[in-house]
Design a protein around this ligand. Structure first.
Ligand SMILES: NC(=O)C1=CN([C@@H]2O[C@H](COP(=O)(O)OP(=O)(O)OC[C@H]3O[C@@H](n4cnc5c(N)ncnc54)[C@H](O)[C@@H]3O)[C@@H](O)[C@H]2O)C=CC1
Ligand SMILES: O=C(O)[C@@H]1CCC=N1
Length: 258
């Protein structure tokens, strides 16, 4: 497939790198106004251009990884030269209806919400589209399945997916950071503490995905009666561990909804 990514920033680059490594048979183009900092992508076989229209007529999928306020400018540039294209937008808060109205009936809007772990083939990319575009959306779904998981969800949950799956990457990293900081206080150097914390999170996530059980069932296997784990967990909860995470996620969602 010919994949045309407009907006070579944090997310656009992560997707381009992920596709070059985990998805076969694609030709990838990434555009950005100033390309100096992403020219190294050419070594991965990615075409880098300052021209959003560069061979866009040949693209099978156009992916938008630009900020919301950049959408109208970019569309004004590309719409005169494209027709019958799938435009997959990762722009947070931009509804399918809104995008479809902007791009007209000649093109098909698909909404995607990847995260930067796309680069490592480990994104949880939620995807939504209108029923009439189901067939046309299949290539996008297949592409993001190569970059991790790609659940199709109801669009009304897309903002929730943004905070759970995209912002969620930052939240999980904060947990790892905090765990590392504690590790330093109890005797490790930061590199060792970080390596142990990250591997422990990876192991916990792998158990959940493998066993498909409620986390508390696995937690029960760790919390030895009268042991150190339950003592630590109870102290964390006393200080609002779960509730602060829940409040943070709900605040992120409010921020998107405006
Ligand atoms: N960073 C993340 O983890 C995620 C971001 N998103 C969404 O993806 C979008 C991009 O986010 P980031 O990558 O974080 O932002 P970013 O600021 O890193 O990337 C945006 C890129 O678009 C480029 N750009 C601006 N105007 C342009 C134009 N006219 N033509 C071509 N390129 C242009 C900028 O130079 C920049 O490199 C946002 O809408 C964000 O909400 C969604 C999921 C995850
Ligand atoms: O922080 C943001 O607004 C974007 C959307 C989700 C991840 N980054």
């Amino acid at each position: 497939m010919k994949v045309h990514i407009i907006g070579g920033g944090n997310l656009g680059v992560a997707i381009a790198k992920g596709l070059s490594k985990f998805s076969e048979g694609n030709q990838i183009t990434v555009t950005r106004r100033n390309t100096a900092s992403i020219l190294y992508l050419e070594e991965l076989g990615v075409t880098v251009s300052t021209d959003n229209k560069h061979q866009i007529q040949d693209a099978d999928i156009i992916i938008l990884t630009i900020k919301p306020y950049q959408v109208d400018t970019v569309l004004a540039e590309i719409l005169p030269v494209i027709s019958n294209k799938v435009i997959a937008s990762a722009v947070s808060g931009l509804s399918i209806e809104n995008l479809q109205n902007k791009i007209g009936d000649g093109n098909s809007a698909v909404r995607i919400m990847p995260n930067i772990a796309s680069q490592f083939g480990a994104s949880a990319t939620c995807i939504a589209f209108h029923e009439k575009n189901k067939e046309k959306a299949q290539n996008t779904v297949a592409l993001f399945q190569d970059l991790g998981t790609a659940p199709i969800i109801d669009e009304k949950l897309m903002d929730a997916a943004t905070v759970l799956a995209a912002s969620g990457t930052a939240f999980a990293l904060r947990y790892i950071r905090a765990s590392m900081q504690a590790g330093i206080e109890i005797g490790f150097d930061w590199q060792t503490a970080l390596a142990i914390s990250a591997q422990t999170v990876k192991g916990a996530a792998e158990m959940i995905m493998e066993e498909q059980v409620h986390p508390e069932q696995l937690i029960d296997r760790v919390t030895t009666p009268q042991g150190c784990t339950i003592a630590g967990l109870n102290e964390m909860e006393m200080h609002g561990f779960s509730s602060s995470l829940i409040r943070g996620i709900k605040t992120s969602l409010k921020q998107i909804k405006g």
